[in-house]
Design a protein around this ligand. Structure first.
Ligand code: GDP
Ligand code: IMO
Ligand code: MG
Length: 428
């Protein structure tokens, strides 16, 4: 049995897309289990670049099964746009290759509208969401008024649920936000058409993934976002609306935790975050700007500049704990090449002690002062390394520190965006 969760150990954009694609070579099935098209996963093969949002990163292979699990919030418009984008790039998408859970929640036009209206109403306290309707869709799921993919397969059921939702959402849109109401017929007709196109892809994905694992297929669960955007363990309320930690894979794919063999945490060699919220090791100076430019740190989904800072080992240790990481992948060490000195955060000075865990309260976090250890830098030759021994000594020291502090073995080091720019240190 082999079923590994591949997930972000920081604030997202760690290189999950690249690493899922890399690991998928040895796998049979890739499953998305949470989030939606707020994610932006980049995969580079040769000179081709693919930007994926909703479709799992195993899709570039002809022979892998890709699954959109029940925990995902699915915007059918975005889904078919992505299918079209991939087909234009020569990637064939068929129901043999891609399946969608009948239990996935649908992102509706009012979710996208309410996401934007709510952000605007928050004013300076906005979260900086991607505006894709993620939060409002998960809100309806928890509140039990959501519309699922299986509902769209039954016109009458869909009609009734949509009528009720439009009625209530229009009350909010017109009375709370003083905006124009949405039109039932337009949305109904648009979604019924999506439903017909979606039908061949729809299955009970939990049954399928279970059977695959039982039949000795190798399964990867591809996380979106990262540990600190988790609804429970992230920097609440500056988080996304799903469980991004490894435990989310079980609920979001309908697979018992006892069937999951390991969790691979993807960590960037430094730290980035898009959107608002605390960031203890943020560099709001020339070094931060230098990392942003060199690392091309601009969001795949929204194009926003990512905030950059030093590597924070408190975050990685917390990730190791809450996701039970069995292995780490460190990406983008090539980006740091050229810096004379590097800093790594090994604790937070909080009141009169030094802590090595991430506090719950943002007020406490604001009082935390990072404690740094300094490291000597390395040069650009790092990008040419293909085996661990070829890495510069100083880069090895940096990696050793990550392993020692987190207690998790580094399985892979990534030295560039392409599939082949990858060093396997230990079998995952
Ligand atoms: P994801 O959301 O975790 O899949 O990550 P993104 O795709 O949003 O952002 C990661 C970016 O870094 C993408 O542009 C990748 O192509 C790129 N990338 C991934 N690994 C490496 C690496 O080791 N070195 C460099 N220079 N770029 C990388
Ligand atoms: P991948 O999978 C980085 C951030 C947003 C915002 C917060 C809430 O590419 O790593 P949402 O639209 O989810 O309600 O926004 O979460 N966010 C991400 N940041 N990478 C992502 O995905 C993200 N998905 C959401 O910027 O701060
Ligand atoms: Mg991303």
């Amino acid at each position: 049995m082999s079923a590994f969760v591949v997930l972000g150990a920081q604030w997202g954009d760690e290189g999950k897309g690249k690493m899922t694609d890399f690991l998928a070579e040895e796998a049979n099935v890739v499953v998305r289990f949470q989030g939606g098209n707020n994610a932006g996963h980049t995969v580079e093969v040769g000179d081709k670049q693919y930007k994926l949002h909703l479709i799992p990163s195993g899709v570039l292979y002809e022979d892998k099964l890709n699954v959109i699990g029940n925990g995902v919030v699915l915007d059918p418009k975005a889904f078919f746009e992505e299918v079209g984008y991939l087909e234009d790039l020569g990637v064939k998408i068929t129901p043999e290759k891609l399946i969608v859970s009948d239990r996935a929640q649908l992102i509706m036009p009012y979710h996208k509208l309410l996401d934007k209206l709510k952000e605007k109403a928050r004013g300076k306290n906005d979260i900086g969401t991607t505006g894709k309707g993620i939060g409002p869709c998960y809100t309806d799921k928890a509140e039990r008024s959501g519309i699922r993919v299986c509902d769209l397969m039954h016109k009458e059921v869909f009609k009734e649920k949509l009528q009720e939702n439009i009625r209530l959402k229009n009350e909010i849109i017109t009375k709370v936000y003083e905006e124009e109401p949405l039109n039932f017929d337009e949305i109904y007709n648009e979604y019924i058409a999506y439903g017909e196109r979606l039908r061949p892809f729809v299955q009970d994905a939990s049954v399928r993934v279970y059977d695959e694992i039982k039949n000795n297929s190798k399964v990867l669960f591809e996380g979106a976002q990262g540990m600190l955007l988790d609804i429970d363990y992230g920097t609440y309320p500056y988080v996304t609306s799903s469980n991004t930690i490894a435990g989310g894979a079980s609920a979001g794919a309908g697979i018992g935790p006892t069937m999951i063999t390991g969790a691979v945490g993807i960590a960037k060699a430094y730290t980035t975050r898009v959107g608002k919220g605390p960031f203890p090791t943020e560099l709001e100076d020339a070094t931060g700007e230098w990392i942003r430019e060199k690392g091309k740190e601009f969001g795949v989904t929204t194009g926003r500049a990512r905030r950059c800072g030093w590597l924070d080992l408190v975050i990685l240790k917390t990730s190791a704990r809450v996701s039970g990481l069995t292995s780490l992948v460190v990406t983008k060490i090539d980006t740091l090449a050229g810096l004379d000195k590097l800093k790594v955060c090994t604790g937070y000075k909080f009141e009169d002690k030094v802590i090595d865990y991430f506090p719950a309260s943002l007020e406490d976090l604001a009082k935390c002062e990072p404690v740094y250890e300094e490291f000597d830098g390395w040069d650009d030759s790092v990008a040419d390394a293909r085996i661990y021994e070829e890495l510069p000594e100083n880069a090895k020291k940096y990696l050793k520190k990550i392993e020692e502090f987190t207690g998790v073995q580094i399985g892979i080091v990534s030295v560039g965006p392409r599939r082949d720019q990858t060093i396997v240190v230990h079998e995952i």
